[in-house]
Design a protein around this ligand. Structure first.
Ligand code: SF4
Length: 93
């Protein structure tokens, strides 16, 4: 992991995380990669996590963070890791 790509650890950089609707929810709901789930269960869990993100007040900041780092695992800003990888490729042109 290249640490130099991480945002500077200032309070402003992470303050939004305290407003995320995923706070207090089971971490497994947003990080299904390591769980022993069938394809259907994983899809349902992913959609449930995305539904939380869809009404989250900091979804924009969350997605911007996940694209900037980039976060290689989990649901961030209503996107999966593979969706973010495609977005990064699209941005890079
Ligand atoms: S957008 Fe989703 S992952 Fe990001 S803080 Fe909100 S609920 Fe959590």
């Amino acid at each position: 992991m290249t640490v130099t790509r991480l945002p500077r650890p200032t309070l402003d950089s992470y303050e939004w995380q305290g407003k995320g609707l995923c706070r207090g929810k089971a971490v497994e709901q947003f990080f299904t990669e390591d769980l022993d789930l069938g394809q259907r269960a994983r899809r349902e869990q992913t959609e449930a996590a995305k539904a939380v993100c869809a009404v989250c007040p900091v979804v924009t900041q969350c997605l911007q963070h996940a694209l900037a780092v980039p976060e290689p695992f989990g649901i961030w800003g209503g996107t999966t890791a593979s969706e973010r990888a495609r977005m990064i490729l699209d941005i890079a042109g």
